[in-house]
Design a protein around this ligand. Structure first.
Ligand code: NCD
Length: 337
């Protein structure tokens, strides 16, 4: 949501990893959701409790008129199954409707005006915009071009704040707490926007973070430094075996094939880590295994049978309830957020 007199010519390059998004301070009403850095723990508590309420609403179908006559423009410039369809379902479960815009071809947003013009157009038709775009910083640029709330559904290798929120809700539901946990992230730390957002969000709590990846897929130094400055305990590893026994939550990610310029480099790092039932043997009995999905072999299907540990389908379902909460919140329909 930007000022009406926003002038792109004045903007210059966005400060991509440090874009300033408004602090939410407990209220989502009328706000953009661009980065997890907008959140504090009281706001997260409210989102947690509302997402439980939304699960009831979705299940029973009562009060499903929160968002009647409201329209979401659901704009995806990159492929999506879960994020896109859960935003659609969220809107419709609350009585609203959706303009779906998928598979749009794009030209460079950081320089061009195409994205901004598209956003300004949709602003005339819709009450809220959800945007996924391949370029980091695009959500900020888009948000500044319009005066209705805009939710970042993934900006390239930047952030994926709504995923981090559903991940947080899942950790809290599965483990009963967030403080005191050891969370091990496995796979593509470099390009995975979900781990970028989740690490930042978890830095609000007393957690220990382990990053397991090959050397070339390490967590970006800006993020490690940002969390270091906040006193978060972070350690990098090459192998999962080193840290599995102490891990409470294992967050598995796919190597992000589409972010590699050289397919040979992708081939050299794909398939390095595969979680199997044997992995569970060395882990805690209470280990929670998460994955933002899609998986492309990082978690063997046989792990799905360990339903106590395998939380990734529950995690995905939580996405619906969190997105119902966010849409109702930014549209001013939640009494306490
Ligand atoms: C993730 C994404 O798009 O960043 N997927 C999702 O939103 N559930 C993870 C991925 O694509 O690997």
């Amino acid at each position: 949501m930007g000022s009406q007199d926003f002038d792109p010519a004045q903007k210059g390059e966005p400060d991509l990893l440090n874009h300033s998004a408004e602090q939410l301070n407990g209220s989502l009403k009328g706000k953009d959701i661009l980065s997890v850095r907008q959140f504090d723990t009281p706001t997260l508590d409210r989102i947690f409790y509302w997402s439980i309420e939304m699960a009831e609403i979705a299940r029973k179908g009562y009060k499903a008129d929160f968002l009647s006559r409201r329209i979401l423009a659901n704009v995806f410039y990159e492929p999506s199954t879960r994020t896109s369809s859960s935003f659609t379902a969220a809107m419709e479960r609350l009585g609203g409707s959706v303009i779906p815009i998928n598979e749009v071809t794009y030209s460079s947003v950081a320089k061009g005006e195409d994205l901004e013009d598209t956003m300004r157009t949709l602003e005339r038709y819709a009450d809220v915009i959800v945007l996924r775009h391949p370029e980091m910083g695009s959500a900020t640029i888009a948000a500044e071009a319009v005066s209705i709330p805009l939710i970042n559904a993934g900006d390239g290798v930047g952030e994926h704040p709504t995923q981090a929120l559903l991940d947080y809700v899942t950790v809290r539901k599965e483990q009963g707490r967030v403080n005191g946990l050891t969370v091990t992230m496995l796979g593509d730390m470099r390009h995975g926007r979900t781990v970028h957002s989740l690490a930042r969000l978890l830095s609000l709590y007393d957690v220990k973070l382990n990053y397991v990846s090959p050397e070339i897929l390490r967590m970006p130094p800006e993020i490690v430094e940002e969390l270091d400055a906040k006193g978060v305990r972070q350690t990098e590893f090459d192998s999962l075996a080193q840290v599995l026994p102490e891990t409470d939550v294992l967050y598995v990610t796919r190597v992000q094939k589409e972010r590699f310029d050289d397919p040979a480099v992708y081939d050299s790092v794909k398939g390095l880590y595969v979680v199997t039932p044997e992995t569970l043997q060395a882990g805690k009995e209470s280990l929670t295994i998460m994955h933002p999905l899609p998986r492309v072999g990082e978690i063997a299907k046989s792990v799905d049978l360990y339903t106590r540990n395998a939380a990734y389908f529950r995690q995905m379902e939580n996405g619906l309830y969190v997105r119902m909460t966010l849409l109702a919140g930014v549209l001013g329909k939640l009494p306490t957020t």
